[in-house]
Design a protein around this ligand. Structure first.
Ligand code: PMV
Length: 280
């Protein structure tokens, strides 16, 4: 039996726009992980139903016949919630297969990510592989950032599975119908991320929070938010968060909120219907 583990990730700024060349800012969600246990002998599969077919395709991609192995997946990272679940499965599986060198691991994970959503920007596999906060531009190497406001980051899931593939396709369609508007939003998103990076590096968390909330408005403009996500964002803000937004692809999934020290967002998020609240 071999074993691999990987953590999740949270995008603080820039999802969707990152697919079209804008930068994005993301941090690892170190408190949550998936574990993959693999045995090179036919046997039972104990994996989440919703990940079964993806894992079969990942195994075929790495040259293994699914029927000839036993696989067990466990862990506490909510899957299908915009927290890098498919990248974490890919990286954990590759680690179970013995891949340890980060550069190679990330390249391989990127190929496996394409199984779940076509043309991923690479931000998920980058953050999940390196487990570091990154400033990321598609096609360029990631810039690893030293500061990470982990102790201030709250996540709340809706429990609704978001399909990254569908959401990315929806944005592509929206873009073809609103080319000029999209270009303006892309510029605005890029600026938010560039300035947000400086805020993060200088510890200006109030300013970073404001940019997260502005970023949520841009994502609402792309129609990838939902009433449940908006309710969680509003609840976090009403409870005193410095900023809040959906995180990941949207159409379900999760929100991320940045809180001042000592603020407990759990009661507000739970009352607003969160399926799960992940405290810092
Ligand atoms: O798969 P998720 O929900 O963690 O989000 C991926 C981020 C997107 O920007 C929506 C897609 C991408 O490839 O960057």
């Amino acid at each position: 039996m071999t074993y691999g583990r990987a953590t999740g990730k949270v995008i603080l700024l820039g999802e969707h726009f990152v697919v079209y060349g804008a930068p994005a800012l993301a941090v690892p969600l170190r408190s949550r992980c998936v574990n993959v246990h693999l045995d090179y002998e036919a046997g039972s599969w104990q994996v989440p139903d919703a990940s079964h077919s993806l894992l079969e395709r990942m195994l075929l991609m790495v040259g293994l016949v699914p029927e000839n192995v036993s696989l067990e997946v466990d862990g506490d990272l909510p899957l299908g919630q915009g927290l890098g679940g498919s990248a974490a499965l890919a990286v954990a599986l590759l680690r179970a297969l013995g891949h340890t060198e980060s550069r190679e691991l990330q390249d391989r994970a990127h190929v496996l990510e394409q199984l779940s959503h076509g043309h991923p920007s690479g931000i998920d596999d980058t953050v999940v592989t390196w487990e570091r906060p990154v400033y990321f531009i598609r096609g360029e190497g990631p810039t690893v950032l030293e500061r990470c406001p982990s102790s201030r980051i709250w996540v709340a899931t809706t429990g609704q599975r978001g399909s990254t593939k569908e959401s990315v396709a929806q944005v592509r369609q929206w873009k073809t119908e609103h080319e000029d508007e999209f270009a303006t939003m892309l510029d605005a998103a890029a600026r938010l991320v560039q300035e947000g990076r400086e805020d993060l590096e200088r510890g200006r968390l109030e300013a970073l929070g404001e940019k997260m909330t502005q970023n949520h408005a841009l994502l609402q403009g792309l129609s990838v938010s939902t009433p449940d996500l908006d309710r969680l964002v509003d609840a976090a803000m009403a409870a005193g968060a410095l900023g809040a937004k959906l995180t990941g692809a949207g159409l379900g999934g999760a929100i991320v909120a940045l809180a001042p020290p000592d603020l407990d967002l759990e009661p507000a998020l739970a009352t607003a219907g969160a399926d799960e609240v992940i405290a810092p």
